[in-house]
Write a protein that binds this ligand. Structure first.
Ligand SMILES: [Zn+2]
Length: 92
């Protein structure tokens, strides 16, 4: 009888801990969801900027990463570079 009662208490403790874990997991998930939903409008705003940054221009001869300034310089002189992008070294 006493052993059964101890088992019952252990079971109750186990389930209370389980419930606590579930509550913590659910609340943290909801918190993370609300945070991600808050992030999505800002990430939408950052979209065009991110696209510009990820669109790395490269030199067509050596594949070297070019700065936006060098890329614009090449694009602004199509008669010289024929619309291709060149690094400082290969512009001459
Ligand atoms: Zn180059």
């Amino acid at each position: 009888m006493n052993n059964n009662f101890a088992n019952f208490i252990a079971l109750v403790k186990f389930f209370s801990v389980l419930m606590l874990i579930i509550i913590v997991v659910v609340t943290t998930r909801r918190l993370l969801d609300s945070l991600s939903s808050l992030d999505s409008p800002t990430s939408k705003w950052k979209g065009p900027i991110k696209h510009k940054c990820s669109d790395f221009p490269e030199c067509v001869l050596c594949g070297r990463k070019l700065t936006i300034g060098i890329r614009d310089f090449c694009l602004n002189h199509p008669e010289r570079f024929h619309g291709n992008l060149y690094c400082m070294e290969h512009q001459n």
